[in-house]
Design a protein around this ligand. Structure first.
Ligand code: NAP
Length: 434
């Protein structure tokens, strides 16, 4: 009897789990269940549209999806169409790989004002994620503040800064391109509550900010230390030195002739979003770093702006039927085990950190747990899933269906662009009917 496994979520952590199970010398039947018709999670909806090379990792996931032991069930929402308990009754093992789709909150006054849009929403919007299709951010603004010094902050700032020509070879959605490129935005502030040494963005991403056609990086040389003091291992120290060297190069670049500016505002911590119902400015407290922590100095500045994007990390969403750790924003588990036969991998297990490849370890670990803990497959698996979905009139999307949706996206693309994304579920399903 093959071991029947359901993987809920088709992003990196889900597909690395599938790959690890396929690699093991055990007969398996693996079903990937995904809420959207489209697979690959943050690879499609999170990775920036101008980072197509990073997105290419989907090719590895497709190899797994096309394995005869694997079947894809898109457009099936666990919690709505079928419960996790039902899945646990149908499959020998269930793996939750649903990521952290929400924004962490700043927890400061004014953050619910119009014009404050967390990075998960903003990124989902420009990337055509159906959940954020109707976000319609008002970009009739002169200045935007991106809070955070991680790679997501850099992504948001860069997508706002690039020209139509720079984005012409990307899959930025048409509606986002139109809003961004007709915006009178001239000043983007990327605010870090700590300094350049503590910034979390990586050097490749930082360097891109010095190569933008119409946007100049602005760095205050007084904020750059001469040397790195602190307890860092060699690798960490080298990475930080590289960032400092890049920021020093930025101080020598002339902003002349570039209509947009990207201000690196280190040592600034947002304390209040100002304005009536819409954001008009962010009140920032200047900070100093003590023992690696940002400490307020009691000096305040205001940055006028019409858009604030807190890019301060993602947060997990409680999953129906699974205990949730509110503080950590992850499911309650022990070493990935939620209950007998139910496991978690990726961000919903360990929180939203690390790069795409970090999920590989999670997938390997979960596969190993499943294979050692579940001795024998005996449950009905796929046939029963299809019976239940059929009885409930759920229209599931197979992998072959997804390839047809993808084909339509590629056919519809502008010259030079990889695809024109569908951003509404109905349009994806209509592409199949049409
Ligand atoms: P991140 O790397 O953890 O960065 C979060 C940033 O927000 C940090 O600068 C953090 O400052 C700041 N922050 C947190 N809470 C704050 C608060 N209350 N007030 C002000 N600032 C606050 O998270 P991320 O940028 O969301 O990225 C998530 C993961 O995806 C990372 O591992 C990232 O490298 C990865 N990613 C990679 C790429 C790429 O490789 N191109 C692209 C996107 C994302 P502190 O450091 O002071 O806490």
């Amino acid at each position: 009897m093959p071991l029947k496994v359901a993987v809920v979520g088709s992003g990196p952590s889900g597909f690395y789990t599938v790959a690890a199970l396929l690699k093991a010398d055990v007969e398996c039947q693996i079903d990937v269940i995904e809420r959207l018709p489209t697979p690959f999670g943050l690879i499609r909806g999170g990775v920036a549209p101008d980072h197509q090379k990073t997105k290419n990792v989907w090719r590895a996931y497709e190899k797994s999806a096309l394995n005869e032991a694997v079947r894809y069930y898109g457009n099936v929402e666990v919690g709505r169409d079928i419960t996790i308990d039902e899945l646990a009754g149908i499959y020998d093992a269930v793996v939750l790989a649903v990521g952290s789709p929400l924004d962490r909150r700043l927890g400061i006054p004014g953050e619910d004002k119009k014009g404050v849009i967390g990075s998960a929403s903003f990124v989902g919007w420009y990337n055509g994620h159906p959940d954020f299709r109707d976000l319609n951010p008002n970009l009739d603004i002169q200045a935007a503040v991106v809070v955070g010094n991680g790679n997501v902050a850099v992504d948001c700032a860069r997508v706002l800064a690039k020209t139509p020509e720079e984005m012409s070879t990307t899959d930025l959605t048409d509606y986002a391109a139109e809003a961004i490129h007709k915006s009178p935005l001239t000043d983007i502030y990327m605010c870090g509550r700590r300094g350049p040494v503590e910034a979390k963005f990586t050097n490749v991403e930082l360097r891109e900010m010095g190569q933008l056609e119409q946007c100049a990086p602005i760095v205050d040389p007084a904020q750059l230390p001469d040397e790195i003091i602190g307890d860092f291992d060699d690798r960490d120290r080298r990475l930080r030195e590289r960032n400092l060297a890049t920021l020093r190069e930025f101080t020598e670049m002339s902003p002349d002739g570039k209509p947009k500016r990207l201000h690196f505002a280190f040592f600034t911590n947002p304390v209040e979003i100002l304005g009536d119902d819409r954001v008009e400015a962010v009140k920032m407290e200047r900070t100093a770093v003590q023992d690696g922590r940002a400490v307020g100095t009691g000096e305040f500045v205001e940055i006028p702006c019409g858009l604030v994007i807190p890019a301060i990390g993602y947060y997990g969403e409680p999953f129906p039927g699974v205990p949730f750790d509110e503080k950590g924003g992850v499911v309650v588990h022990q070493d990935g085990r939620i209950s007998d036969g139910v496991y978690a991998v990726g961000w919903i297990k360990r929180g939203p950190t690390g790069v795409i490849g970090t999920n590989k370890h999670d997938g390997d670990h979960a596969a190993q747990q499943i294979l050692t803990e579940i001795k024998e497959g005996g449950k009905l698996g796929r046939d029963q899933l299809e019976t239940v979905l059929g009885e409930r009139d759920v229209r599931w999307v197979s992998y072959a269906d997804w390839k047809r949706i993808e084909e339509a996206e590629i056919e519809n693309a502008s010259p030079g662009a990889p695809r024109r994304k569908f951003s509404r579920v109905d349009d994806m399903l209509s592409a199949l009917d049409g």
